[in-house]
Design a protein around this ligand. Structure first.
Ligand SMILES: C[S@@+](CC[C@H](N)C(=O)[O-])C[C@H]1O[C@@H](n2cnc3c(N)ncnc32)[C@H](O)[C@@H]1O
Length: 361
């Protein structure tokens, strides 16, 4: 961690999925009531901090859910060309030694190539300070002090800083830097990959997972790659590539048609159904409250038919708590208008994974 941090400033700048600005502001009112919403544009919301307020706690930051990244704002710079923007940025950022520089567009349609602009910003530093930055394309070291530059347009950047003390804090703009690799059966592979990285989930080989809403099978494919034994529940067919895997089986039916005793022995419940969040929660509740079940974790996608439904998030999370789970939630950068909830049983006495259990015990 860094010995000296730049001034925290009066404003925080949060980035989010385009369209999620109101949901982010509503969530802030619940999770960090001490902030007041200030300016906003598509993909960015700024909040005024109370004078003298300390840094937000990790719980407050993660409670924002719709914020992809949260930075202490140093202000905006404007200029007619890249050279003048770079000079103004360095004047604003001061002599601080940065552990990395993140450059990203406020939203995908904004003009400007982040790699080229980062190179120009790095070139504008004294030579001895350039050498301490990771080379272009290399990951941000965990805990690094990051200079943030959100491209607002060809003539305006928002400038700020944050400490990369979470996995998503090491990704420019909080956007998962991996693309969908070739050979994956659906984008759900990438969403689950981002969820695993974001929440540092320890899926252990030999554990058993059931996925409600499994077709065509990208998430199951990711679970199988982690060495889990996977059951996919879906009336629709799972891709052959997944269906043929020796550690996979499909139950071709709706979640509510699975007999309760079928759910015994699963360690993880994954849910990614294209139905209302209320129905998704009903289906998950049926599994985790079934007699004799003991899943240690839930990875749930709650798809919102419209943004207004985000207001129900506290009630949705309360249901997981009611089942005995501690929750974390985030709108993943690779997902759509949906929230990923990871719920884990507190202080679980872990059973040995099924593959290593001794017969007869
Ligand atoms: C977004 S897709 C799931 C993608 C999948 N997780 C993957 O990895 O490719 C939603 C799926 O939910 C399934 N679904 C909807 N309602 C369901 C229910 N009640 N029970 C089981 N599956 C359901 C649909 O058939 C559909 O295949």
């Amino acid at each position: 961690m860094n010995a000296s941090l730049p001034p925290s400033g009066d404003f925080l700048l949060a980035t989010c999925q385009g369209g999620a600005e109101a949901a982010l502001a509503a969530r802030q009112a619940v999770a960090v009531p001490g902030l007041a919403r200030a300016a906003w544009r598509r993909g960015v919301v700024t909040f005024r901090r109370q004078p003298g307020a300390g840094p937000l706690s990790h719980a407050e930051r993660s409670g924002l859910v719709f914020a992809r990244t949260l930075v202490h704002s140093l202000g905006q710079v404007t200029g007619p060309d890249v050279g003048s923007l770079v000079r103004a940025l360095h004047e604003l950022a001061g002599p601080q030694r940065w552990g990395d520089i993140h450059v990203w567009p406020r939203e995908p349609r904004v003009e400007g190539d982040p790699a080229t602009l980062r190179a120009a910003i790095v070139a504008g530093l004294d030579v001895d300070r350039r050498g301490s930055l990771p080379a272009a394309g290399l990951p941000t070291p965990p805990g690094a002090l990051v200079l943030d530059c959100a491209i607002d347009g060809p003539d305006r950047w928002w400038v700020g800083w944050h400490v990369a003390d979470t996995p998503s804090g090491t990704w420019p703009g909080g956007i998962y830097p991996q693309g969908l690799p070739a050979g994956k059966v659906s984008r759900a592979w990438l969403k689950l990959d981002e969820a695993i990285a974001t929440f540092a989930l320890d899926l252990a080989p030999g554990e058993r997972a059931v996925e409600l809403g499994a077709a065509p099978g990208g998430a199951c494919q990711r679970l199988l790659e982690a060495g889990l034994i996977v059951t996919g529940v879906d009336p629709a067919l799972v891709d052959d590539q997944v269906a043929r895997h020796p550690q996979f089986e499909q139950w071709r039916m709706r979640a509510r048609d699975v007999k309760l005793k079928g759910f015994r022995g699963f360690d993880w419940v994954v849910a990614d159904m294209n139905i209302d969040p209320t129905s998704t929660l009903e289906a998950i509740g049926r599994v985790v409250t079934a007699p004799g079940t003991f899943p240690r974790g839930i990875i749930a996608t709650l798809k919102m038919p419209n943004w207004a439904r985000a207001a129900e998030l506290p009630a949705w999370l309360a249901q997981f708590s009611g089942w005995g789970y501690a929750t974390r939630a985030r709108q993943l950068s690779t997902g759509g208008r949906e929230i990923c909830v990871v719920a884990e049983r507190a202080a679980v006495s872990r059973r040995p994974p099924r593959a290593t259990r001794r017969p007869g015990r």
